[in-house]
Design a protein around this ligand. Structure first.
Ligand code: SF4
Length: 478
């Protein structure tokens, strides 16, 4: 298993960004003396010959979209090379281990949850030496279920192997221009426990820092490769705000032309608003924040730790610091109706945020993967209708069928808009018109463009999202 290509490491989807979730295990395997091949289904998947050569195939699935793609990829692996061993890792792999181990398809032989790399190396060494992989703590299989690995790892510097250059990945779009963008991860996990989030069932309120030397080396290599912008892919960059600011300030001193974006919860943007000007001066041009809903009831049920008013405050505090906000939403939940949807659209227009969200955000439906805290949540249970056809999430129905009809229609509109690279304000207007038509029982008419869509916020060129279903184009890349 130590010969070149006998281990194949595959990334499925990381929001159009260069994959960290697969590059890190690849780097660990190389440090341990293996010679793996690294491929990314999102830009250049493996050839059949590479699959056929591999004895161990490592599939990285950090998000729902990735797991859907990874699941389809595993079926291809079984056709091309039924003898290979397949190990899945990443948040959604652990949550969906029942689906991956299902006897009819046997998509995975092993699943590793939490911080996977050290255990992955132990697994590869055991398989290489003819040992018993089932004896390794942290390796789940058909026959046993192991908890996620929760410990800080001594990670090596990230090696991206022969992955394509930054030109193949999402770019920063700002002021009508595009710049190459890289990605850096400084923490994994999260200290918060939002009820619908896939991280708490795995990390249980813990997060782990990636060593500084790994963070700065990863940034330096991507800057050398042409990155003018870096995304911090941490689930919440402000879980450790002091270190986060130090990292950005050092990068800013070393490469003052760099710009940044990161993800932080609304509560953190409010609590650390005094730090926002410093983040802005260090080069932060936008933050992504999971606002989720304007309904106080929904925010409480999801245990978000913020109110609708705080969403407004956070947007304003960031803008004062020269930072744009790209809020993300879960507009379709069993507890939000057509009035809530109308309020969301009018809020986006009032606050000048039409060009600050990807249209797919307007179609996101609450995702309930197996293992989610929502499955046993009393307010959710009456709406659940069993596991969906894909086997990867629980189906639920809204008490008002018009809401489910609207969600399907909005998804249709945003899929078409993404395929046509439609202007976001036009998509927004079409969604508004779809809502009006469903409310009034009319056919859809001519959309009316929003009068004040607001400025075009900087953002990455990827127009899909981590908990959206993959598009036909994404699936055809398998
Ligand atoms: S703060 Fe964000 S990453 Fe953390 S649990 Fe909540 S939704 Fe998940």
């Amino acid at each position: 298993m130590r010969d070149s290509g006998e281990i194949l490491v595959v990334s499925c989807y990381e929001l159009g960004r260069p994959p960290v979730g697969a590059a890190m295990p690849f780097s660990w395997l190389k440090r341990a003396g293996f010679h793996p091949t690294l491929r990314d289904l999102a830009v250049q998947g493996p050839q059949d010959a590479e699959i056929a050569r591999a004895k161990l195939i490592v599939v990285s699935t950090p998000m729902h979209t990735a797991l859907r793609l990874g699941s389809a990829f595993a079926e291809r692996v079984r056709r091309v090379n039924p003898e290979s061993k397949v190990v899945f890792h990443g948040l959604y792999a652990w949550l969906n281990r029942g689906h991956l181990f299902a006897r009819d398809a046997r998509r995975a032989d092993f699943v590793i949850g939490g911080e996977p790399e050290e255990v992955l190396v132990a697994l590869a060494e055991a398989l290489d030496a003819g040992g018993d992989p089932e004896a390794i703590a942290g390796v789940s299989s058909q026959h046993r279920r192991e908890p996620p690995v929760l410990k800080r790892l001594d990670s090596p510097k990230i090696d991206r192997g022969e992955l394509p250059g930054l030109e193949s990945y999402a770019r920063l779009k700002v002021d009508g221009a595009e710049r190459f963008a890289g990605v850096v991860e400084s923490t994994r996990g999260c200290k918060h426990l939002c009820r619908h989030c896939p991280i708490p069932p795995v990390y249980r309120g813990r997060f782990f820092g990636v060593p500084d030397e790994v963070v700065f080396d990863s940034a330096a290599r991507q800057i050398e490769a042409g990155a003018a912008h870096l995304t911090f892919s941490d689930p919440d960059f402000l879980n450790g705000p002091t270190r986060a600011l130090k990292i950005l300030e050092r990068l800013h001193r070393e490469a003052p032309f760099l710009t940044f974006d990161f993800t932080a919860k609304i509560e953190h943007l409010i609590r650390y608003r005094h730090l926002l000007p410093s983040f802005g001066r260090a080069g932060t041009i936008f933050v992504v924040s999971a606002a989720e809903s304007l309904s106080e009831r929904v925010l409480t049920l999801l245990d978000k730790g913020h109110s609708a008013e705080q969403i407004r405050e956070a947007v304003r505090a960031c803008r004062r610091a020269g930072i744009s906000v790209r809020p993300t939403w879960v507009p379709f939940t069993p507890w939000s109706g057509l009035d809530d949807y109308a309020e969301l659209l009018s809020f986006l227009e009032r606050e000048g945020l039409v060009y600050s969200i990807e249209p797919v955000q307007l179609a996101i439906r609450l995702l309930v993967p197996p293992g989610s805290a929502l499955v046993d949540f009393p307010q959710m249970r009456p709406h659940l209708k069993g596991i969906g056809e894909d086997g990867l999430s629980h189906r639920w129905e809204h008490p008002d069928p018009a809401v489910d009809r609207l969600q399907l229609r909005v998804m249709e509109l945003v899929v078409k808009a993404a395929a046509d690279s439609q202007d976001e304000a036009l998509t927004f207007a079409r969604v508004q018109e779809a809502l009006r038509a469903i409310r009034e029982g009319d056919p859809e008419g001519r959309p009316v463009l929003p009068a004040s869509p607001g400025p075009r916020a900087p953002g990455l060129s990827e127009n899909w999202f981590c908990c959206a279903e993959p598009t036909e184009t994404q699936l055809s890349g398998i």
